[in-house]
Design a protein around this ligand. Sequence first.
Ligand SMILES: [Zn+2]
Length: 520
Amino acid sequence: MKPQVEIYDTTLRDGSQGEGINFSVADKLRIAEKLDAFGVHYIEGGWPGSNPKDIEFFAQAKKKKFKNAKLAAFGSTRKKNVPVEQDDQVRLLIEAETPVVTIYGKTSMLHVKEVLRCTPDENLAMIGDTVRFLKDHGKFVIYDAEHCFDGYKLDPEYAIATWQAAEKAGADFVVLCDTNGGCLPAEVAAITKTAVGKLNCKVGIHTHDDIGLGVANALAALEVGAVHVQGTINGYGERTGNCNLTSVIPCVALKLKKTSVPVKSLPKLKELSQFVDEIANLRHNPRQPWVGSAAFAHKGGAHVNAVQKLASSYEHIDPALVGNERNILVSDLAGRSNIVVKAQQLGLKVTNDTPELRQILDTIKQREHEGYEFEAAEASMALLIRNILKHEAELKFTVEKYHVSMRRDKKESICEATVKVRVGQTVHHEVAEGDGPVNALDSALRSALAKSFPKLKKVTLTDYKVRILDGVAGTAAKTRVLIQSTDGQREWGTVGVSENIIEASLQALVDSMEFALLKK
Ligand SMILES: [Zn+2]
């Protein structure tokens, strides 16, 4: 069944332009897979014409099969006074080999005259030529009308002419963009209504959050006939960010009561939000609407009392609908079923009747309290669950000793690690150098283990992230290390936490190797 509202995610493009956001190609692929599994309809992967890293992303993404989402490459209309077939940036859009191409063009006369510096007619031709060219190459074309609302307010006739130029050339969608993020919901609603009336093709909305109205403006457009909404997970984006899909998705489903992502995905919303923050190496915002840890936390005595009698007295929805939980009475049932689902996804046999479930839940909660985060470290979680089910930590190896040292030799600083591991009765002792202490430790550990487990030679680290956790009063700050590994076929994440960064890294490395050995 066709959804009433399509979700278009641009976390990997517009979102990555946010301050402090920097995704590697591996990060982007992981996020794309997660978004696809969640059920968004489009994933905008990047701008091949502006970023070589994005070309690499599309080359890799081509090899993946997406179940729900269509991949989109983003770019602009052709340059002024250049035939479209000779425009390099447009050529790169086709070479990205995505089913969908999204291009933006100018709506505002001010921008045409002052920024683009071309005639109004040339701008219309740039829009029409580019859309037509992409359609001729078999693309599904989404046209993003930049500065759409500001442009309309300045010169409505010209704004309409630009949308119609895109439509006439065959655009599948005209998406109205509040590029500067300064419009009010009533303006957005009125102008969107006009666009829906004037255009035969479908209309979408793309907003920014500069005055805190990104989500409100998107909903205003959806209420008057827009059927497609663009935004980012957790509202990442330039300046104060894009329209936050983490809020739009539940608003569409639970407030506007329209269909969009699969119903079964909604309870995974919080997990998706945390996952993307983990990959971006950002702390999950506790006050984030819907999915923040404080979104359903009750502190005031009267509230707590009332909520215990009747949950809806101080809650606008049941938190479990979006995978969140009430913060006073941790919902036992929700916690348990989350673990069961998670364990089954990881290939472990756990049901609601598994006697160890209580212990698994308690251990995970305890670890999370200590600073562990399992959203992007599914391999560490799998090991934890498995060890409890087997009533032992059935380790394939143990690290008996390690030593890491660092010295500076003239200009070069050299790190050296020594690791002693035991595999059954055998002990391996290895030394390695590296660019940094963790790199040296990884090399030494891997070469020691490879003697007993040659398959570990294929395992490599693809990412390493460190976060300093807030110190709890009276204790030192802790370090959380998140490691991503691959054996060339699949990737997995592991986590370590300690007051010492090397110790935290070693935990994550050991989990990674242990997990690699588990798999057939
Ligand atoms: Zn934008």
